[in-house]
Design a protein around this ligand. Structure first.
Ligand code: NAD
Length: 487
């Protein structure tokens, strides 16, 4: 792939079904660890988006009419190419997105599996037969593709969060227009364009339209785009839902989170603190499922915080491309300043810093805060940085109320030796995913994934949910002879 992805192919270009030089502005691909500009790629303007929509809707009809074997074979070929060229995808994910190596490797491996799972979709049962009250008539409901699906993605898991929509959407006969994040347009955009081009997806069926918010707005507003599959912040998701609502367009939103880890008095503190550190600091905390609220029983709060501090202090921060590190840089200065603002505001309001709370360039030290109260922004807001605020509870009802006090409802972890009690408490939590004796960051692509409230709206990804996301149901009745009516 390295040889097949030389800079002449993509320099100043984007991919509306072929490699096209952008007429307008360029987007600089910057390495957050060093500030070095790695590449310059083309931005799709609103007229490019309109042309892409037109081309995609034409190409989709032929794609939907291909045999299920052909669509499956194309997706298997994409999986094979991705596995064969994993090193190249990993390199870009590390350099463009500041991912540490194990995260970048995990992401590619998961995407290979995701493609294999999507390849198996087109050969599944496609509907059901129902009896009819009309003699001689058969009722069928079957799945039909939506048409053109617009995918808008964030930068933190640029491959996975795009592919979890692209792969099933293509498998089920849709065309896809991808608007990657401006902070991961190469890894999560142009590399995928080349992957599907090489795998043999027909021109126009998959297109990549890099750009900023206005490119995303153009995609949402395009009348040929029948669904928006969005992953990103709650604020942007809300504006997309408003646009889609006006157009009566299907939209599926996977949004932000402020996920809690409840550590009960009977918990194994060694295991719980390992969960807390992993959930809070992995990928510098830039994960929608990040453990952003550590709600700990008073009897173990001191022991838990001390262990979390020890784990945080063992973690090495640095350039993940040149050094062996556990944490890389935050994605940009704006994110770093937002994270640091939450920390300093908490300290001003009486919180204490056990470790961290400082940074160098974009490298933010893993931070543990105690004496945190539920009214502090660091507890109420999504952090999206390597910060672990610890809040104390006495009764489990209090912990559940604290979890449910958030508008977000993505993931919760509960550490307790009484897993059946944990199962019962899970039913009282307003959130899409609960992990008993684990932390909040979990993703198994065969299980429906998604949030409630401000964390998710309109759908689920993964396993059986993908069929409902990327098709519509159509009722067809068949009669052998024409129906007779009184009129
Ligand atoms: P973001 O909302 O700023 O941007 C996401 C995408 O939307 C980008 O491609 C951006 O260019 C585009 N965009 C921005 N404004 C738009 C508009 N008005 N119309 C259409 N498109 C627009 O989010 P981000 O900073 O890239 O990602 C971080 C956020 O994503 C966090 O809140 C995180 O929790 C969330 N996230 C959620 C999940 C999930 O599965 N629930 C997964 C990862 C990230």
């Amino acid at each position: 792939m390295r040889a097949l992805m030389e800079s002449e192919r993509w320099n100043h270009r984007f991919y509306p079904g072929e490699w096209k030089t952008a007429q307008g502005d360029r987007l600089a691909v910057t390495e957050p660890a060093t500030g070095e500009v790695l590449a310059s790629i083309g931005i799709a303007r609103s007229d490019d988006v309109a042309a892409a929509g037109m081309r995609a809707s034409q190409a989709q009809t032929a794609w939907a009419a291909t045999s299920f074997e052909q669509r499956a074979a194309t997706l298997r070929e994409a999986a094979r190419l991705l596995a064969q060229n994993a090193g190249y995808f990993i390199e870009w994910n590390i350099r463009e997105c500041g991912s540490v190596r194990f995260k970048a490797e995990w992401e590619v491996n998961t995407c290979v599996e995701q493609l294999h799972m999507a390849a198996a979709m087109p050969m599944q049962a496609n509907g059901e037969l129902f009896p009819s009250s009309v003699p001689g008539r058969t009722n069928v409901w079957r799945r039909v593709p939506l048409g053109v699906v617009g995918v808008i993605s964030p930068w933190n898991f640029p491959l996975l969060l795009s592919l979890r929509s692209i792969a099933p959407a293509l498998a089920l006969g849709n065309a896809v227009l991808l608007k990657p994040s401006e902070f991961s347009s190469f890894t999560g955009g142009l590399l995928l364009a080349r992957l599907f081009e090489m795998a043999g997806v027909p021109a126009g069926v998959f297109q990549v339209l890099p750009g900023y918010a206005d490119t995303g707005v153009a995609l949402v507003r395009d009348p040929r785009v029948k669904m928006i599959a969005f992953t990103g912040s709650t604020a942007v998701g809300r504006s997309i839902a408003e646009e889609c609502g006006r157009m009566l367009k299907k939209c599926s939103l996977e949004l932000g989170g402020n996920n809690a880890l409840i550590v009960c008095g009977d918990a194994d503190i060694e295991a719980a603190s390992s969960s807390g550190a992993w959930g809070a600091f992995m990928h510098q905390g830039q994960i929608c499922m990040q453990t952003g609220r550590h709600i700990v029983h008073r009897s173990v709060a001191q022991a838990y915080s001390r262990k979390l501090k020890e784990r945080a202090e063992r973690l090495v921060c640095g350039n993940p491309w040149t050094d062996q590190v556990s944490l890389g840089p935050l994605i940009n200065a704006q994110q770093r300043d937002r994270v640091h603002g939450l920390v300093t505001a908490a300290l001003d309001q009486g919180a204490s810093v056990l470790t961290g709370g400082r940074y160098e360039n974009l490298f933010y030290r893993p931070t543990v805060l105690t004496d945190v109260t539920p009214d502090m922004s660091v507890f109420k807001d999504e952090i999206f940085g390597p910060v672990a605020p610890v809040v104390i509870f006495d009764e489990i009802d209090e912990a559940i109320a604290l979890v449910n006090s958030s508008d977000y409802g993505l993931a919760v972890g509960i550490h307790t030796r009484d897993s059946m009690a944990g199962y019962e408490w899970a039913g009282r939590l307003h959130c899409g995913m609960v992990h008993i004796n684990d932390q909040t960051v979990n993703n198994e692509f065969q299980v429906p994934f998604g949030g409630m409230g401000a964390s998710g709206y309109g759908g689920r990804y993964g396993g059986p949910a993908n069929f409902d996301e990327f098709t519509e149901r159509q009722w067809v009745s068949l009669s052998n002879s024409p129906a007779q009516h009184p009129f």
